[in-house]
Design a protein around this ligand. Structure first.
Ligand code: ATP
Length: 343
């Protein structure tokens, strides 16, 4: 059974079309990220699912029930905001119990539910503290406890970790994913950070210019990008138009109007004279730049007018230097084709 179904939703702000015919389904308990560059429409889509924004066209259903025109508080979901939005004058327990209290639950029962939620996020010992006495990561978990206290079917999270420093952010990614698995609530998680999306999501919806370009598991979004935008946006890639026969031998299944995508870890850089293996595709060129970052080195080769990226683990080694003529080679199987993307 599908939990959430967004069906052909569009949204304009004046002349600006922020979302164009967006469709997306989410299964119960699934963790789905909306990933894309600034301005692509992630927050707009999330706000429409939450009910803070009205759709211009299309429908949104939860478990088959049309919620397109329901006000936010009537939808069986909750939103966690980037700035936590905790009440500073209420204790942690009171912050979490606030929702059930407002919904008419008795004080004792609300406190009991709040304790249960705080336990789930690992904050049982902090219930009498005030938000200002908590770290950013802890405040984020209080916000999460508050969002799950009334047991929603779906949680919407808009860049909830972006205010945290990198180390804490990485730790919270793991914690948040663990909590999500434990409580079994479906998450729709907005981020512009592809590593974050890759680390946490069951599936990723990659967005650009108000459209969803691809919805898939992380490994497919990386290894089998559906569009040129996805190939470019996720990780690094060499993009080669097949129609110009850059690869000399057309890869199998190619229509001629395809774009070949090759990830840098599949490309070898061979100093002349090249030792090319059978079945490898090759291009001759010259090393433009060598960039070392910690455990890996990226070698940028200009070959027959194209920029080809190759990655080696560790240091580049003394066999390669900038300006050197080289041959780049990759296996035919390493080439992913995107039909119609070259024109
Ligand atoms: P970011 O990562 O920067 O938050 P986003 O992908 O979440 O970006 P949205 O906030 O959904 O992007 O905005 C999508 C587009 O719609 C942008 O061009 C934005 O300027 C525009 N937009 C969003 N809200 C409004 C509004 N209330 N009025 C006018 N334009 C808006």
């Amino acid at each position: 059974m599908v939990l959430l179904a967004v069906d052909n939703v569009s949204k304009s702000f004046g002349k600006h079309q922020a979302l164009r015919d967006v469709s997306l389904t989410i299964e119960p308990g699934e963790f789905v990220s909306l990933l894309g560059p600034s301005g692509c429409g992630k927050t707009t889509l999330l706000r429409m699912i939450a009910g803070f924004l009205q759709v211009n066209r299309g429908t949104i259903t939860i478990e088959g029930q049309d919620i397109t025109h329901l006000p936010p508080h009537k939808r069986p979901l909750n939103t966690v905001f980037q700035n936590y939005a905790l009440f500073p004058h209420l204790s942690v327990l009171e912050n979490v119990a606030y929702g059930p209290r407002r919904a008419g639950v008795s004080k004792a029962e609300a406190a009991s539910r709040a304790r249960e939620a705080l336990d789930l996020v690992g904050l049982s010992d902090f219930s009498s503290r005030y938000p200002r006495q908590m770290s950013g990561g802890q405040q984020q978990r209080v916000a999460l406890a508050r969002a799950i206290v009334n047991k929603p079917k779906l949680l919407l999270l808009d860049e909830p970790l972006s205010a945290l420093d990198l180390q804490l952010r990485k730790r919270m990614q793991i914690e948040l994913k663990e909590i999500q698995e434990k409580i079994g609530v479906a998450f729709v998680f907005v981020t512009h950070d592809q590593e974050e999306a890759m680390a946490m999501s069951d599936r990723i919806a990659v967005m650009s210019g108000g459209r969803i370009e691809q919805v898939d598991i992380a490994t497919n979004v990386y290894a089998r990008p559906a569009t040129r935008f996805v190939a470019d946006f996720i990780g690094e890639a060499s993009l080669l138009p097949v129609e110009r026969q850059t690869l000399r031998v057309l890869p199998e299944g190619s229509t001629g109007d395809a774009m070949a995508v090759v990830r840098p870890e599949h490309v070898s850089v061979l100093a002349s004279p090249p030792a090319v293996r059978d079945g490898q595709l090759t291009l001759d060129g010259r090393i433009e730049t060598i960039v070392g970052i910690g455990g890996a080195t990226t070698i940028y080769v200009r070959a027959e007018g194209h920029l080809i990226l190759a990655r080696r683990l560790g240091l580049a080694g003394s066999d390669l230097s900038e300006g050197q003529p080289v041959t780049v080679a990759f296996d035919r199987e390493a080439v992913h084709l995107i039909d119609g993307a070259a024109s």
